[in-house]
Design a protein around this ligand. Sequence first.
Ligand SMILES: [Zn+2]
Length: 101
Amino acid sequence: MNRLRVKCVKCGKEWEKDSEVSWGPEDISSSLCDPCFREVISPIIHRKQVNEGNLACFGKAGTHCDQVECKYLQWCLRMEESENATDLRKQGQHDKTACQS
Ligand SMILES: [Zn+2]
């Protein structure tokens, strides 16, 4: 498995993720780290939660939440492990580095 460098566009934190594609040392993908992603996405999820008649509690529960019916619970508590969270993350941004050759 190859490694791709990822940089948070908000705070500049860098990390690596597994990738199917082979990347060079200069290749870096723009993304959001967990805290920044949560910060950016929270107002959007809060609006959805309120529209659906729920509490705007997304991101505030920590590691436990009693709103077991909430469809955002998984993202809220374990966002990095959720495939849906990854999809959601991709919607808001484009990978600027992947197509430079
Ligand atoms: Zn960040």
